[in-house]
Design a protein around this ligand. Structure first.
Ligand code: NCD
Length: 317
C-alpha cells in the first residue's frame, strides 16, 4: 500500500492531533481501514517496512499501546526493538537527550515514544534524525488513541461529522481526552465534556466543547459515550471525594446510559477500573460496547501511521 494516499501527509513526525487538517486525518483513517482487513488474515505479514528499524521507547508503563505498536511494526515487516526506561524525574532532561543521541547512533528509522511529561516527546524529536510517533506524553496528547477511536466510530456509525460525543470523567489528566477533543471537533462532531468541576478544565470551552457537571444531562441524546479512567497516579491532592461516591455520581451504569441514544456506543481506552468509572455489566455488553473494537483498530491505525511516516524514506531508497 503506498502512493495513492501518502502524498497529502507531509509531516515528519506524529506528535499530536492539534493542528492536523481534516484531510490528513481522513488520509490516515482510510489507510488504516485497509490494514484492518490485513490483520484478520492468517498471513498478516507485509514487507512494506522491510529493512527499517522501529524502536519503542517507553518511559512509562504500558501494555496495550506498546504491544499494539510492536505488532503493527512486525506486521509491516520492520525490525522492532522495545526499550523500557525507568526515567528519573530529577535527571529527565539529560536522560532524554542522552537517550536520543544514543539511539541516533544506532540509526533507527522510527521511534515510538511514551513519556510521563507533557512536551517530552517533542523535545526528543528535535534531537533525532528519524520519524517520531508520540505514544502518549503526560496529560498532553496521545494521537494514535484518538485516531483509533475515530476509526472505531467511523466503522460503527458510518461517519464522524454531525455525531455528538460525550467524553466523561477525568478530562483534566487525560491525554486521550485532549487528542480526541481536537480530532472530533476537526472532523465536525460535537463534543461534550462530562465530569465533576474539579476534573473539567474550563479552558476547554475555548476549543468549542460543552461542559456538563451532571452525568444524566451530559449523556442526554448522545451518539457516543467515551469513558475515561480516573488517573489517580497524576493526582496530587484530592479531586474526588471517594471512588465509591465517584461511581455513584459519574460511573457509567445502565441507568445513566438510558439517557443516551438507544444505539449509543460505549468506548473506553483502557485500562478500565470496573466499579469506579464504569460498571462491569455495561463494559461487557457486546451490543453496546466497542471497547474490544478499539483494541483491534489500534493495530491498524498504528500500521497506517508507521506506513505514512516512513513513506518518504522508502520513496528515496
Ligand atoms: C491511556 C493512556 O495511557 O493514556 N491508555 C492507553 O493508551 N490505552 C489511558 C489511561 O491510561 O487511562
Amino acid at each position: 500500500m503506498s502512493g495513492e494516499y501518502g502524498l497529502s501527509f507531509k509531516r515528519r513526525h506524529l506528535l499530536g492531533i492539534e493542528g492536523l487538517q481534516p484531510f490528513e486525518i481522513a488520509d490516515l483513517l482510510d489507510r488504516a481501514d485497509g490494514y484492518v482487513e490485513q490483520s484478520r488474515r492468517t498471513d498478516k505479514k507485509l514487507s512494506t517496512l522491510r529493512g527499517l528499524t522501529q524502536v519503542n521507547l517507553f518511559f512509562e508503563n504500558s501494555t496495550r499501546t506498546r504491544t499494539s505498536f510492536e505488532l503493527a511494526g512486525k506486521r509491516l515487516g520492520a525490525d522492532v526493538v522495545n526499550m523500557s526506561v525507568q526515567g528519573s524525574s530529577i535527571k529527565k532532561g539529560e536522560t532524554l537527550i542522552d537517550t536520543a543521541m544514543t539511539l541516533n547512533a544506532m540509526h533507527p528509522d522510527v521511534l515510538v515514544v511514551r513519556h510521563q511529561d507533557s512536551g517530552a516527546v517533542e523535545l526528543l524529536a528535535r534531537h533525532v534524525r528519524c520519524a517520531v510517533i508520540n505514544a502518549g506524553d503526560g496529560s498532553h496528547e496521545h494521537p494514535t488513541q484518538a485516531l483509533l477511536d475515530a476509526l472505531t466510530i467511523r466503522r460503527r456509525k458510518g461517519r464522524i461529522e454531525g455525531l455528538t460525543v460525550a467524553i466523561c470523567g477525568d478530562v483534566l489528566h487525560s491525554r486521550v481526552a485532549r487528542s480526541n477533543l481536537h480530532l472530533l471537533l476537526t472532523m465536525g462532531a460535537r463534543v461534550r465534556l462530562v465530569g465533576p468541576p474539579t476534573l473539567l478544565p474550563a479552558s476547554m470551552r475555548a476549543f468549542g466543547a460543552d461542559l456538563f457537571f451532571d452525568m444524566r444531562k451530559g449523556l442526554e441524546g448522545v451518539d457516543i459515550v467515551m469513558m475515561l479512567r480516573l488517573q489517580l497516579e497524576r493526582m496530587q491532592g484530592s479531586y474526588v471525594p471517594s471512588t465509591r461516591e465517584y461511581f455513584s455520581l459519574f460511573g457509567l451504569t445502565r441507568d445513566k446510559l438510558a439517557h443516551a441514544k438507544p444505539d449509543a456506543l460505549i468506548m473506553h481506552p483502557g485500562p478500565m477500573n470496573r466499579g469506579v468509572e464504569i460498571d462491569g455489566v455495561v463494559a461487557d455488553d457486546i451490543d453496546r460496547s466497542a471497547i474490544l473494537d478499539q483494541v483491534e483498530m489500534g493495530v491498524a491505525v498504528r500500521m497506517a501511521c508507521l506506513d505514512i511516516l516512513t513513506e518518504p524514506l522508502r520513496e528515496a531508497a
